[in-house]
Design a protein around this ligand. Structure first.
Ligand SMILES: [Zn+2]
Length: 1017
């Protein structure tokens, strides 16, 4: 057969398949419907409270995000007795069909403009009609596409919601549907074969024989199938790889739709998968994110009961240790721990199961701190595929031991299909076979199949593909399986696997370190506030500890750390909720601290109690209320503290030791410090001298302890506005080309000395850049080198990015970047394509570069995206993408970044201390403090006491300590109560040895970056 003939035959078979798809469902009759339209979803129990109006095909019932109940009725024609009868429903949104008892039965979804082949509109009514029976059921419709508000950037091409396109009942030709599935698999196989190969020719001819046998008459479907049956019966070769095919539905917890819609997406997806489990006895489905199960438990208890049964049967797998599939660049070390703590405890409490995999197929990069946290949270295995999206470099492995900053390793597997939405077709499966890096020694890989992102999961067609590829020549052997079973088999090869040390950096989506700055800032504030609140509340007796409230607040924070929410890639509707929820967390924490204070302090109008929960001396200025201005202020020992009137109160400079409680007393009135007449743009104390120009540029930064000007020859605090037009993925990406267009620099409008006095001095700059205004108050405190840039931006840009650069004289090949419970070293060079790709990296509270003479750090209170280029530290402050949130980041922003020159290297310097202090000011409680915190770091260095809280399952106190310097460190901890420490894991499930508390103290030694958790008994 020549090439032309081959091609024409193949095209004939392909054309046939497309026609065939319109022939299963035939001889249709209209269904009758009446509809109750509402703005917000109405639960099943209240569906009869609305007023229903008749609706028919061609009508439109409502718009985007609105909701409707359909009451659908009909009568099966007598002539259809004995025949399969199906429905075809396209009701202008996502449909959830309920059974007569109000339990979700199955989800359907109309077309998606992003993924047209994800449409699911057919549903079996009965495999064998009696003829004449009535149809009567309710369906709920959400006014959105599979992927929410499917507006395509730059167009008005939007998924049409509300339009009733199909409302039909008809006969169903099961054999024609089966024939289509045969063709899907065999045509896909044909496309993977060399065109002139014997197998390809034979297969092509068999398909064409089937087309001829069908003879344009659906009644011949069975005859056509018999033509291709021998091709489907050819067995996989002896050398075929195997794949564990796990039914999967990636449900983004919030993205192009609000979290509210995710609740219904869960009901649609999960009921559809129970439907599949019932019909396919070998099929296995898995779902991650305990939060989604919690939604179903609350909103659909009967559905939840059915899921519990399926889980018990082993055919529904609970996956993923985290509460949601969280971002792993931005969230703090403790947030990461709490993702596991909440997630795995939910699975254990609800299902009695310990889930041992971490399931994050779609997260935008993975911190090098994770292996230790994963393993100490009782997970042995990690799955993702996202790194396959990297722009420049192909990751060398699919299966490997991933080693973190502390040396802990976790067995990691990337599905080699580079995808979590497989359709189990031979083209996809064979791509995976050939792409699988370890295919030379491992016998199998994992495949995640089903419709995902907007939920859905496998359709019956996907399962049918899997049945046909189970043992088919030219394909890997496909076996429906659980991920944990796959990983357990993989673990048998642990000794043969390669290793990868350090972070799994995604060479894409770098803008997600910055976009939606308010959400990132509030997340940081909530992380700090929750830790401080737990610490203070842990002084209370167990009965008074607000465990339930704190649990609820943490879970609200955790859901907003989902991998499209905190990265900034969701729609406005998502952030409206997130911003309100973050505000709620902060307000409730304040309430908890206030009510704890009422129990812990003695009323005294002239006393205030300062509680420092950090493991460092708090040496910065502390803000006290207005009534404390112009009064003598002393501490408990009678020492007078330096004070200075501030804008809304008074600054006091004290030294508050680690985990200390200090009462301050207000004495007689004193004369206010006269304002200084000096109007130079210089800030100076005994440690440093900083000089500015009128554009707020730092032109000299002389460190008196090292004798070096850290910015000599260049100006720092360069506020630069770049054009920020990524090629695609607007909210997600910063392209490396942004530097090619020279930026506009901020210009000074006004500069003046705004504060002077014994505690702190400040310059204020008013600047403009682009269409935006910037106000910076630059503050230097008396006893510190830290220079704070308290910044307010009235941000009015579109597709612009505001950055600040600090070129320094420090020569360092590597920078130290703060990450979750540790730091990671990153190159400042661009030697390799791997270095080049990392032109924007994630860091938390600080980035530091040091050389033999000292160094410089750039700290922040809410930012994450840094550029490290030779001696320049450059921080991404604000972006302004317009998709998917057209209003992203518009309006007023507040943030602080700080410049800190220092002597010595990172660990000998005050960088970590200052970064901690910048992010967590002490709590100031009313009255006289009559208590001590239950635990404190009393000596040693390199060990931070990060968490003190009540245990999850008992009244014991839990403490978490972390080695911060990347070396072996020893510290002494003092305890106000308890006789011994019992070591446990991050979940507080294990007991791993005891340490006695002797005379109220314990000495602890930690490995580099080690995280240890103890129960205090
Ligand atoms: Zn996702």
């Amino acid at each position: 057969m020549n090439e032309k003939e081959f091609q024409i035959y193949r095209e004939r078979a392909e054309g046939f398949l497309e026609r065939l798809k319109n022939e299963f469902f035939y001889e249709t009759v209209d269904l009758q419907a009446e509809v109750f339209h509402s703005v917000d979803p109405v639960p099943w129990a209240k569906r009869l409270e609305g007023s229903y109006v008749p609706a028919a095909e061609g009508d439109c019932w409502g718009g985007l995000w609105e909701s409707a109940w359909f009451h659908i009725t009909g009568k099966v024609p007598e002539a259809w007795a004995g025949e399969p009868v199906w429905f075809k429903l396209e009701l202008g949104g996502e449909i959830l069909i309920f059974d007569d008892g109000g339990v979700p039965f199955c989800g359907l979804t109309n077309t998606s403009v992003f993924a047209a082949n994800y449409r699911k509109n057919l549903l079996e009514f009965t495999p064998k009609a009696r003829g004449g029976e009535t149809v009567d059921f309710y369906a709920e419709v959400g006014g959105n596409g599979l992927l929410g508000d499917e507006i395509t950037p730059g167009t008005d091409w939007r998924c049409e919601v509300g339009d009733i396109r199909h409302l039909k009942m008809g006969r169903f030709n099961v054999e024609a549907w089966n024939l289509a599935n045969d063709f899907e698999v065999l045509l896909s196989l044909l496309r993977t074969l060399p065109e002139k190969s014997y197998r390809a020719v034979q297969l092509n001819m068999a398909l064409n024989e089937a087309v001829s046998a069908y003879a344009d008459d659906p009644a011949n479907a069975a005859a056509a199938r018999s033509c291709v049956a021998p091709q489907l019966a050819m067995r996989a070769t002896d050398s075929a790889l195997s794949t564990a095919a796990v039914g999967h539905a990636h449900i983004d917890t919030g993205w192009l739709w609000p979290v509210r819609e995710t609740i219904r997406k869960c009901a649609r997806t999960f009921s559809s998968q129970l439907y599949n489990l019932e019909r396919y006895p070998d099929y296995v489905f898995g779902a991650s994110q305990p939060q989604l199960y919690a939604f179903v438990k609350e909103h659909y208890p009967e559905l939840y009961a059915k899921i519990r049964e399926a889980v018990k049967s082993g055919r529904w797998e609970l996956q993923g240790g985290m509460w949601v599939e969280a971002d792993c660049n931005i969230i703090s070390g403790e947030s990461m721990v709490r993702q596991f703590l909440a997630g795995k405890n939910f699975y254990m409490d609800e299902f009695g199961m310990d889930v041992r995999n971490l399931w994050l197929p779609d997260v935008f990069g993975y911190s090098a701190a994770m292996p230790q946290i994963i393993r100490k949270a009782g997970c042995d295995w990690f799955l993702t595929q996202k790194i396959s999206w990297s722009q420049f470099n192909k990751f060398p492995y699919h299966t490997f031991h991933w080693r973190g900053i502390d040396g802990t390793e976790v067995l990691t597997h990337f599905p080699p299909e580079d995808n979590y939405n497989s359709a189990l077709k031979p083209e996809q499966l064979n791509y995976a076979v050939n792409n699988f890096n370890e295919n030379y020694f491992l016998p199998e890989f994992i495949t995640l199949f089903g419709v995902g992102d907007g939920g859905g999961g496998p359709r019956p067609e996907h399962i049918e593909h899997g049945l046909r590829t189970a043992d088919l020549e030219g394909c890997p052997r496909v076996r429906f399986d659980r991920a944990d079973a796959f990983f357990a088999r993989l673990a048998e090869h642990a000794g043969e696997l390669p290793e990868w040390a350090g972070e799994l950096y995604l060479e894409l989506h770098r803008g997600t370190l910055t976009t939606q700055a308010r959400t990132k800032r509030n997340n940081r504030k909530c992380e700090q506030m929750l830790a401080q609140t737990e610490f203070i509340c842990s002084v209370l007796l167990a009965a008074d500890y607000p465990a339930e409230t704190l649990d609820r607040l943490w879970k609200v924070l955790l859901i907003n750390q989902f991998h499209d929410i905190i990265p900034g890639s969701s729609i406005r509707k998502v952030y409206e909720v997130t911003e309100a929820e973050h505000a709620m967390i902060l307000a409730e924490c304040e309430n908890l601290v206030r009510s704890a204070a009422a129990k812990l302090t003695a009323p005294d109008g002239d006393a205030l109690t300062v509680v420092n929960t950090l493991s460092y001396d708090y040496t910065g200025a502390v803000a006290l209320p207005e009534e404390w201005a112009s009064r003598r202020i002393t501490d408990g020992a009678g020492r007078e503290l330096l004070t200075q009137a501030g804008e809304n109160g008074v600054w006091v400079l004290g030294e508050f030791p680690p985990q200390s409680v200090t009462t301050l007393y207000r004495g007689e009135a004193v004369e206010a410090f006269p304002p200084e007449a000096d109007n130079s743009l210089v800030l100076e104390n005994d440690l440093v001298r900083y000089e500015f120009d009128a554009d707020a540029r730092l032109v000299a930064a002389f460190d008196k302890t090292t004798g070096r000007d850290v910015v000599a020859g260049a100006a720092a605090n360069l506020l630069a506005l770049y054009v920020d037009q990524p090629n695609k993925w607007d909210a997600w990406d910063v392209d490396f080309t942004y530097v090619d267009t020279p930026p506009a620099y901020a210009k000074g409008v006004k500069a003046f000395r705004s504060e002077s006095g014994p505690v702190r001095q400040a310059l204020t700059f008013e600047l403009t850049v682009g269409r935006s205004a910037i106000r910076q108050q630059v503050v230097l405190t008396e006893n510190s080198k830290r220079l704070d840039f308290n910044t307010e931006v009235d941000w009015k840009e579109r597709h612009r990015m505001l950055r600040v650069a600090f070129p320094t004289t420090v020569r360092a090949e590597e920078a130290y970047c703060d990450i979750q419970y540790g730091f990671v070293r990153r190159t400042t060079a661009r030697n390799t394509s791997w270095d080049f790709a990392r032109f924007e990296v994630a860091a938390h509270r600080y980035v530091d570069i040091s050389d033999a003479c000292g160094g410089a750090a750039l700290l922040n209170d809410s930012k994450y995206g840094y550029r490290l280029d030779a001696g320049t530290l450059d921080l991404n402050l604000l972006r302004s993408p317009t998709y998917p949130d057209s209003e992203a980041d518009q309006g007023t922003h507040f943030f602080t970044y700080s410049f800190l020159p220092h002597a010595g290297g990172l660990c000998g310097s005050e960088v970590m201390q200052e970064a901690a202090c910048l992010n967590r000011a002490p709590a100031v409680l009313p009255g006289k403090g009559t208590f001590a915190l239950p635990c404190r770091v009393a000596g040693g260095e390199g060990v931070s006491l990060e968490v003190v809280k009540k245990a999850e399952k008992s009244d014991a106190l839990v403490i978490r300590v972390v080695e911060t310097d990347g070396r072996r460190s020893t510290a002494v901890l003092d305890f106000a109560r308890g006789t011994k420490l019992v070591e446990t894991n991050l979940l507080e499930w294990t007991e791993e040895g005891e340490l006695p508390i002797v005379d109220g103290s314990v000495e602890l030694t930690l490995r580099p970056f080690e995280i240890r958790t103890f129960l205090v008994r």
